[in-house]
Design a protein around this ligand. Structure first.
Ligand SMILES: CCCCCCCC/C=C\CCCCCCCCCCCC(=O)SCCNC(=O)CCNC(=O)[C@H](O)C(C)(C)COP(=O)(O)OP(=O)(O)OC[C@H]1O[C@@H](n2cnc3c(N)ncnc32)[C@H](O)[C@@H]1OP(=O)(O)O
Ligand SMILES: Cc1cc2nc3c(=O)[nH]c(=O)nc-3n(C[C@H](O)[C@H](O)[C@H](O)COP(=O)(O)OP(=O)(O)OC[C@H]3O[C@@H](n4cnc5c(N)ncnc54)[C@H](O)[C@@H]3O)c2cc1C
Length: 692
């Protein structure tokens, strides 16, 4: 990339250098970083990750050094080029789906094909018959057709039952007619639709024999495969600039009585019979919402990765950044020189950042568990058993909401913890934050989704006689029975360190959630409160329940398991006392910090006393001290390469200042010559400064 300013090469940052500071941090770690990385990835995935990283880093098309200076159109073109390149590389290197996902994660830019891969393919896979998969899935996997997922409309997104686009069965020709009856029925937001896709999953109300059967998925070809023009009767465009996600062409689409063959209704679960138009009900009404359950489970896992990334940048930078001399406890180099204190040594910075490390680990482990639960559901459902669906929907809804909220808040906290440089694109936070942000809205607005979780739990409590039976099918709400059966118990903590006991932590979280649930049920059943009047409480219930799940899963991950149920990753963790020790500190911090952030509810439940909450704060401070020597090593263990971070502040080698000035010298604004004479008519002179 071109530099426009020559930076004097003899200048270096004042001592100690960033690399030296990070090396000192790394030498303090009490555990083996490589071992923890292996426990997170597993040896097979880690070696694939390294192999793919090497390929991507050296590919000129996937070079990221210019992207901070690009505007929307240029960025979009870059995104299209890189999407094509990944597909070409996948073919050359014969990558499987997991390897493809690793490459996409590393390149880290939503693109015109993102929704094709994340929603179009999974929808056909999950909702199509074998015949439909042969027709649509195989060419889609080969990217011979490119699809999008058009569900949301201008007037409705959250209320899927309220969608207005119709798909009416025409028995005479054995076709469906897709139509946009009102402006509010215009499809809106679909990623890849604006300029790229030639096919779409269209969620439309199925009308047959005059009956409205509600939204169902249909495959519609929307552009000509040769000219790429919209097909007759279809109007399509890009919806315009957005807060972020500008590398994807989100689009709008209108249908004017467009005909498609009956075959194109995705019919794995519900069908319309040829000629008679008879409708065959699905085994479960909500199976057509299946793609959303899948994507929500992915969003939970991705929230852990986003937190790991934010923590990596801000913790490394805080170890390099120095500000003021802490007179009571100065930072002294091995040569005796007193230097300014690394901002990571300020307890306030630790209180802001270490919980983010803990959130990343907590959500990573739950992400793995939810991914496995989803796989288990798919396995059972392929045999006609849908019993896990209700619980899976409830837990993925609440966890998608909670984890993406945590991630959005923490990314911004981490960015601010980097001070002024956090505001520069070179921090690596700007596009990362903008592109992450819609996770709180898409795939279900986070406030709406908590209603799904709370409703499931409240129903379970209302049917408490059969609750004990149902809880066998409901792996995520089994805890409630225990606490509901003894509501007057009190927390047993008598000293701060008692808070480190996992049984104590679970009891505190369990009682608080059960208390909120019992109170809401009482309000609804005995005081006839409306659902709407209870929405704030309902949101609390979902969050309390999901926080319980996160803490429970973290504790479970650290508990000894029978060796046959242990996979390689868990075996590494359990065979290493030093890993278990450091992760136990991390787990404690997650449980206790989350408790403190929601303290009013724990106190209100009466289970925790004000005195105990004081002890809680003492123990949090203890946990921060425990984590301090391992902070940099704990983020290093995430193994997020510089190629992914693209951050001057979070570089592995700590060369923060050298990178900041080098990247600034490449700002194209530095390359134009301005005419700043206010009386001159010219804004720019034609000449451009010589390039260096
Ligand atoms: C070769 C190359 C290969 C490459 C492979 C690469 C693969 C990459 C893979 C993954 C990458 C993923 C990356 C992720 C990136 C994600 C990008 C996403 C982009 C954004 C896309 C979108 O936003 S699409 C639009 C999403 N829209 C929504 O989410 C809408 C939200 N609204 C709803 O879901 C519903 O309206 C509602 C749930 C809020 C309400 O529904 P409804 O009114 O119908 O129901 P009720 O509330 O009355 O409930 C009735 C009953 O049904 C149950 N229920 C509701 N929903 C579900 C469900 N989904 N599943 C199961 N059950 C459900 C509900 O609980 C009620 O049950 P009762 O028992 O009756 O109480
Ligand atoms: C970047 C981006 C990409 C997207 N990609 C796609 C895509 O590829 N395909 C696709 O189909 N869609 C896509 N979407 C759309 C997305 O799924 C919807 O925007 C989302 O589901 C929210 O729906 P909405 O916009 O209708 O919000 P609304 O429901 O209108 O929400 C507005 C406000 O009302 C509140 N609210 C609404 N109803 C209730 C209620 N019952 N109780 C309490 N509060 C309520 C919400 O909490 C929110 O605060 C995308 C969106 C974005 C931002």
């Amino acid at each position: 990339m071109t530099s426009y300013i020559k930076i004097p090469s003899h200048l270096t940052p004042s001592d100690p250098q960033g690399s030296e500071l990070l090396a000192r941090e790394r030498s303090k770690a009490t555990f083996d970083v490589n071992e923890l990385t292996l426990a997170l990835y597993g040896s097979e995935e880690l070696s694939r990750f390294k192999k793919i990283l090497k390929i991507l880093e050296s590919d000129p098309i996937l070079d990221k050094s210019n992207i901070y200076y690009m505007g929307r159109t240029e960025l979009f073109k870059y995104a299209l080029r890189k999407d094509k390149r990944i597909i070409q590389l996948a073919a050359t290197h014969k990558w499987n789906v997991d390897e493809f996902k690793i490459a996409s994660r590393l390149v880290d830019m939503s693109g015109p094909y993102s929704i094709h891969q994340s929603m179009f393919l999974p929808t056909i896979l999950g909702q199509g018959t074998e015949e439909q998969k042969r027709k649509f899935l195989n060419p889609a996997i080969r990217h011979e057709i490119i699809g999008c997922y058009a569900q949301t409309e201008l007037g409705h997104g959250s209320n899927v039952q309220g969608l207005e686009t119709t798909s009416t069965y025409i028995p005479e020709t054995d076709e469906f007619e897709i139509h946009t009856p009102h402006l509010t029925a215009a499809k809106w937001w679909a990623g890849g639709l604006g300029r790229t896709a030639n096919h779409s999953v269209v969620m439309a109300r199925l009308i047959t024999n005059g009956q409205d059967k509600g939204p169902h998925p249909f495959i519609v070809q929307i552009r000509d495969l040769t000219t790429h023009e919209p097909l007759p009767g279809i109007t399509i465009g890009d919806i315009g600039p957005k807060f972020g996600f500008n590398t994807t062409d989100n689009g709008f689409m209108l249908f004017d009585h467009v005909r498609i063959p009956r075959f194109n209704m995705l019919s794995k679960f519900s069908k319309v019979t040829k000629g008679t138009g008879e409708y065959k009900n699905p085994p479960n009404e909500k199976l057509s919402y299946g793609t959303m359950v899948f994507v929500r489970s992915v969003i939970i896992f991705n929230a852990g990765l986003a937190l790991a990334r934010a923590a990596t940048i801000s913790v490394r930078y805080s170890a390099v950044r120095r500000q003021f001399v802490d007179k009571e406890n100065p930072m002294i180099l091995p040569n005796g020189q007193v230097v300014e204190t690394a901002v990571l040594d300020y307890t306030m910075q630790q209180y802001r950042l270490f919980p983010v490390i803990a959130q990343a680990y907590a959500i990573y482990f739950t992400g793995e568990i939810i991914t496995n639960l989803y796989k288990q559901y798919i396995d059972q459902s392929s045999r006609g058993d849908f019993s896990l669906l209700a619980d899976l929907h409830a837990s993925t809804s609440g966890l998608k909401s909670l984890t993406s909220d945590i991630a959005v808040d923490s990314i911004e906290d981490c960015r601010r913890s980097c001070g002024g440089h956090g505001y520069s694109n070179f921090s690596g936070f700007t596009r990362f934050y903008q592109d992450y942000l819609p996770n709180t809205t898409w795939e279900g607005d986070n406030y709406i989704l908590t209603q799904q979780t709370a409703r499931y739990i409240i129903h379970s409590k209302q049917q408490s006689e059969e609750f004990s039976l149902r809880s066998n099918e409901s792996p995520t709400i089994f805890y409630m029975l225990r606490y509901l059966s003894n509501p007057s118990q009190k927390c047993t903590v008598i000293s701060p360190s008692d808070f480190k006991n996992p049984e104590v932590q679970l009891a505190i979280y369990g009682y608080r959630a059960a208390y909120l649930i019992a109170r809401a049920v009482d309000q609804i059943d005995n005081h006839k409160k409306s659902w709407n009047s209870m929405l704030v409480e309902i949101n609390r219930i979902s969050r309390a329940h999901c926080q319980y799940i996160l803490v429970h899963n973290f504790i479970l991950t650290l508990q000894p398991q029978t060796s046959d149920s242990m996979n390689e990753k868990r075996r590494i963790l359990h065979n290493s006392p030093s890993l278990k020790t450091v992760l136990t500190s991390v787990c404690n911090l997650f449980a206790l910090h989350t408790m403190e952030k929601n303290l009013s509810e724990f106190l209100e439940s009466g289970y925790l006393s004000p005195k105990q909450s004081e002890m809680l704060r003492v123990q949090i401070s203890e946990s921060l001290n425990e984590i301090r020597p391992n902070a940099v090593a704990l983020v290093d263990a995430f193994y997020l390469p510089d190629y992914l971070l693209n951050s001057a502040l979070g570089r592995y080698d700590g060369k923060v200042y050298e990178t900041m000035i080098e990247w600034a010298s490449k700002e194209p604004l530095n390359g134009i010559t301005l005419d700043i004479n206010p009386y001159s008519e010219k804004l720019f002179r034609n000449d451009v400064k010589a390039k260096i």
